[in-house]
Design a protein around this ligand. Sequence first.
Ligand SMILES: *[C@@H]1O[C@H](CO)[C@@H](O)[C@H](O)[C@H]1NC(C)=O
Ligand SMILES: *[C@@H]1O[C@H](CO)[C@@H](O)[C@H](O)[C@H]1NC(C)=O
Ligand SMILES: *[C@@H]1O[C@H](CO)[C@@H](O)[C@H](O)[C@H]1NC(C)=O
Ligand SMILES: *[C@@H]1O[C@H](CO)[C@@H](O)[C@H](O)[C@H]1NC(C)=O
Length: 586
Amino acid sequence: IVTRNLDEHYKMMQQIYNGCEIVMGNLEISQMEHSRNLSFLQSIREVTGYILIGLNQFTRLPLPNLRVIRGTTLYKGHYALAVVLNYQRDGQYGLRELGLTHLTEILEGGVSIFENKFLSYAPQVNWQDIVRDPAAKVVISDNGPQSDQHGLEFVTLLLSLSVTKTVCAPQCNGRCFGRSPSECCHIECAGGCNGPLDTDCFACKNFNNSGSCVPQCPQTLIYNMHTFKLELNPNAKYQYGSICVAQCPTNFVVDGSSCVSSCPSGKKEVEESGMKKCKPCEGLCPKDCSGTGGKKGQTVDANNIDSFINCTTIQGSLHFLVTGIKGDSYKKVPALDPEKLKIFRTVREITGTSVYFLSIQSWPESMSDLSVFSNLQTIQGRKLYRGYSLLVMRIPSLTSLGLRSLRIINEGSVYISENKKLCYHDTINWTRIFNSRSRPQRRQKHIEIKNNRPQGQCAAEGHVCDPMCSSDGCWGPGPNQCLSCKNFSRGGTCVPQCMFLTGERREFATPEGECMPCHSECAVQEGKLTCIGPGADECVACASLQDGPHCVSSCPEGVMGGEGIIFKYPSKQRRCEPCHSNCTKG
Ligand SMILES: *[C@@H]1O[C@H](CO)[C@@H](O)[C@H](O)[C@H]1NC(C)=O
Ligand SMILES: *[C@@H]1O[C@H](CO)[C@@H](O)[C@H](O)[C@H]1NC(C)=O
Ligand SMILES: *[C@@H]1O[C@H](CO)[C@@H](O)[C@H](O)[C@H]1NC(C)=O
Ligand SMILES: *[C@@H]1O[C@H](CO)[C@@H](O)[C@H](O)[C@H]1NC(C)=O
């Protein structure tokens, strides 16, 4: 961060880092004059990214308690620590001492220290003891008078007190607190230790769980020996940088076992039992878009259609007028490519606080239905005192509405008129669409459907609902346009039967009549049902193994349980049985 106003810059740094112990990200200290009081940096023990110190005039680095630089991001792709150009031009002030007396570990990346005119001691630091990656670059050049040598130097003399790696016994896996083989640090330590335990570390290689260094935080799922299932661990903790926390800090959300500032793509934020979590989206992640009117103009047209890409909810109305579909030579808007209307396939809801409205007053001649809205489920919002929520008029090419997913309209009127070829609309039980979920005391809804193709003519030409549709009607021809099904449905298409007894993949039916696949661990049965529900504990028989009531592909091996790690083995009866408690590896 380099701002013109050095006072503001200093104050901002002070605000950000005062009292801070662990910097999540990079620490950049720049343009500090020699007279600044930098004591607010004293508390910093760890930096997860890199440290850049450049263009400063102070005498000694203000990081006396820094132990570890993790280097999860590196300066210029190589350096976890970069100290450059720290001296006053034409003056006497500048960096003379590194003073990083507690720095004992750089987990990733190297060190770059150059052009610090007054700095003399940098090369005498035993960087090999600090930098973990033997291949990392250590570049030290063009500093003060005594530092005329380039590259890595070995003078253990000056800093031998803090050396924690190169003096260790070969048995130690890295750091030690003495030269004897019994004085190794715990394997989870970083930067050294003052004893052999995972609680004696200066810093943790992986995670700090209430003072103990651990390879992972207490997991979110543990195996319950009584229900034979992985269940939420009430004592779970989440990774927040290098710390295990019981709750993510404000403005952070739980993603798997970590705290993140925002959910990754393909996941959305949900609140579950008082905790904000990232959950995978089913299909597209929700995206709200404004409708027409306002900035976008009166109608969907060639200029604004791309603003509807990936929208799942329209806040407001969608109008289709002739100036949008056919173009507007006066405003120099070209005609809309009918293919582009398929963008609206992602829309699931039209809603709003004052208007929410689908209005079709012009439509491409090549299109005989509104199936670009085949995923639109609801037109609903708050406060639509008068007016329409669905209007389709004077579209000569229209033979069916094709709004196969539309199930709820909670306010306003429906107006469908003067569509000379339109059939099917009068088979629809509109009462059902209005009644679902809307409150009963709501004002009267008006349905005005007139001067479309007479029903008699439609029927005479066979434009009638598929026989598998129920009496609620349909949006168009075929078994996938029914409002509801006479028998069963699968993925929105009516079917006479689920695959109860036939087919490679067997099914069961939900109480609503939806055919759903049995769990993949169920053994396919001949002449009888394969399962009674979706779960692995609802199979009639298991395809491979059984753990308690659940069909599984393998027995739990090394999973975290309430009282330690659990191992099971498959018995002759192909059931998972617990190994003896003295077994540690299965
Ligand atoms: C620097 O600031 C700290 C805390 O704000 C204060 O305790 C300390 O006395 C200051 N040091 C100097 C030299 O002004
Ligand atoms: C672990 O965290 C605790 C509490 O924040 C802290 O007191 C302790 O010094 C940390 N230990 C290590 C090794 O970082
Ligand atoms: C739309 O979503 C797809 C799939 O998630 C993505 O690849 C694409 O970049 C998105 N396009 C826009 C314009 O948002
Ligand atoms: C339409 O649906 C409503 C509510 O579900 C129901 O009461 C009514 O009988 C249905 N009308 C017809 C003609 O099926």
